[in-house]
Design a protein around this ligand. Sequence first.
Ligand code: FAD
Length: 294
Amino acid sequence: MNIQRLFESKKVVYSLEVFPPKKTTSIDTIYNTLYGLRGLRPDFISVTYGAGGSEAQKNKTCEIASLIRSEYQIEPVSHLTCVGSTKQDIMEFLDRLKAEGVQNILALRGDITPGNDVIDFEHASDLAAFIKNYDDSFNISGACYPEGHCDSANMDQDIENLKKKVDAGVTHLVSQLFFDNNHFYEFMDKVEKVGIHVPIEAGIMPVINKAQIERTVSMCGASFPVKFSKLLNKYAQDPIALKDAGIAFATEQIIDLINNDVRGIHLYTMNNVETATRITNSISNILASCNRQV
Ligand code: FAD
């Protein structure tokens, strides 16, 4: 099913994200994760794709997306990055997705790193246009950045580029994680002004341990509001309390976003079933109530 239809039939779409097990871990570990997440009845589950990863690693994305559909009867979205790939590589991956019945793709550039440079595609918008031209039956989603992408000189430029992505065929956007909802609301006002009207899901990552905090900051540059920094400082030495506080913070963020009419919540689960379950259980009546009002 094309996930665009979800946004036509629901006020608030709720989706989860998983990543394939690392090279050294058996693919089997994802079965338990998916089994646990299935009970949360998400509208779709997206599977990340390792930019510049090995072929085997990339194949896992397709394999897991296929499994989500066939085994768990949930709509899958396969991420796909284009940096470091040729047109031929992309066509082969698209053919594999098609053969597995995976219809939805989150089209990404990926991070440019030494050894993983631009070959045939410079931006995600180039990938979106290529997919649309190759096989129009795929539904294409894209990424967006409430605090701007680090390669952009400023927010306005980033949003102008986002418009190019939408014009190239992206029908739905998922945001980078953020901890201050005001960034998301300001971003939504700006994208509306440049004529971007596709549904935008807010990406939320519950921060539940210290290592994750450090990784998160270095990777995506999301800013920490004072309220969040206080939480981190207060519980940094107490893992159990930090986990509870991190889950509560993410849950509060989500409820505030839903109260402010966000079109979707995309939970970065980090393959952690317990955390995803606690958050989903806390918001399930809220989601159900909103979706009864359609
Ligand atoms: P782009 O949209 O190409 O944007 C990158 C930069 O180029 C921005 O500064 C933008 O303003 C500019 N730009 C965009 N289009 C144009 C244009 N037409 N002309 C000029 N400038 C332009 N990474 C992975 O490796 N695997 C994943 O599975 C993955 N999943 C992600 C999921 C989400 C929801 C998000 C938010 C990010 C994800 N990432 C993933 C990270 C992503 O690959 C990086 O953030 C990457 O640096 C940018 O990817 P993009 O698709 O946003 O790039």
